[in-house]
Design a protein around this ligand. Sequence first.
Ligand SMILES: [Zn+2]
Length: 284
Amino acid sequence: MPEGSHRFQVGSTSCTVLSDGYYSYPASWFFPNANPDDLNRELESHHLPQDTVLSPYTCLLIETGRHVAIVDTGAGEYSSSAGAIQARLEMAGIRPKDVDTVILTHAHPDHIGGAIDLYGRPAFPNACYVLSELEWEFWTGAHPDLRHLRVPDSARESLHSMARRCLGTLRHQIEPIDRETEIIPGVVAIPAPGHTPGHLAVLIADGGQQLLNLGDAAVHPLHLEKPCWQNGFDLAADCALATRRQLMDRAIADDMHVMAFHFPFPSIGRIAVNNGGWRWTPGW
Ligand SMILES: [Zn+2]
């Protein structure tokens, strides 16, 4: 597999994580309510830089034999690595027209940007784009309320303008869902609100194995270790934490493998209860 791709099996379903690169954010955007000294100490103890968070973007290709699906599309033309996802798909033998299903966990630019191409057309011409109905209504409504985000106004504005632009382009191919829904056999979208109103997690199950893609229900392993540390991009912090708990409980109870879009590439690992929070162990 090419660099930035990692293929593995969930039962007989082939999954491939695809890297859309890494992006640097001020640490205060990721951890707005953490005490800065505590945060720096934790980052240092994980051998991570202080003050900034280098955040990976990782999409998931799912090949069932009958269906070719992708979960999230990366930042597309807004990315410094524009075209990375398309290139990695091509190197995995997948052309844009082969993709029949695109599941968008939510409509933030790092997840939806690659859903449209450089010419402003749907990047996967034959795909249906699955999105929560709540997510569609929120971003296409007259005035989506982003006041509770703890990021600068410029970041709020770019979230809004990108969502509107991408969703407008995709409108004829969007399939909104309003509950937990099996999208293709073995792939279930699960409402996981808080990060955004219609945020979805995605569960892949085959042959007794399960992979739970958290989307942005957690954006950094420290949000699992320190459940009280909020994410500035979560629209509703309390709801996001309740969702995180539900997903962690489900993953642990059913011994699931876990994936998270912004966790260190290849972004797959296991969860265990630890010290009032959860420990993330990378690997399959
Ligand atoms: Zn994200």
